[in-house]
Design a protein around this ligand. Sequence first.
Ligand code: PEP
Ligand code: MG
Length: 315
Amino acid sequence: QERELLTWRDKQAITQDQYKISVGANIGGLADTKRARKFGADEIGLFRTEVLFMSYGHWPSEEEQFDWYKRILLEMEGRPVIFRVLDIGGDKPLPYFPIEEQNPFLGYRGVRVLFDQIRLFREQLRALYRASRFGPVRIMFPMIHSVEEWKSIQVICEDVRAETGVEPVDLGLMVETPAAALLIDYFVEHVQFISIGTNDLTQYTLAVDRQNDRVKDLYDPLHPAVLRLIRKVAQSAAKKNVWVGVCGELAGDETMLPFWIGLGVNELSVNPNRVLSIKKRISDLSRSEAQQLVANLDNAMTREDVNRILFGKSI
Ligand code: PEP
Ligand code: MG
């Protein structure tokens, strides 16, 4: 069975009715990159640069970062890599950059930290732009919740790019706050790609801490409100032909593949060891059936509705 799965390594995932979808990997370092390739990842849909930062005892310099990014791109041999700029705060502490807060998930996190530490932000961007000579770099920004943030990012990136003298690279945002999802019509006109972060989008839409055991039963990515936001995002992106990836945990849930395929997303980015089985499973599905399923979701108001429509069963 494992051997059969391995035949998917170099094949593209394609549905019965010829809909192609990339299966990428979520990674945090060089060892992961090797695993991603071993398991046939078409690309890297989320490189969590904070994992790299956590492996250092100090803030890595531009040169140290450049060296890492370059190695990862070379390892991927020309396949795209979505580098997410540093996403610390919330659940991701950096030992040499402590943040103490009452409400870390609603506080100093993601791009908020980077705007505040602009010299360090620019350093990371410089390292990424310089590395773009070695492979297709795409840069992604976490925790965006306003148009103003995106405008600032465009200005900063263009400035750093000009400084480094390289060609432009694709810039995209993570859709992981309800605000970004609700303003998606603006973003799809001004970004090169988006990636849906279902982990945080669930937490922020439902106001349920993704790490708190006492409310873990309420943390439900299949809540109809979350699915509704995701649908809005995918539909808006499709209208403008903007590339959509999914990089939260829900991307790697096999039972949700019809949902993603029905929405017409371009990529699912999953744990490296899930890539092969996801590719195989996609090949059993039909996009037109999946589209019908998603259309039926339009009226879902309860979790029971979702279950019935997606899985054909009551709770
Ligand atoms: C997400 O929020 O869905 C996501 C992929 O990012 P992270 O889990 O790193 O916050
Ligand atoms: Mg997130």
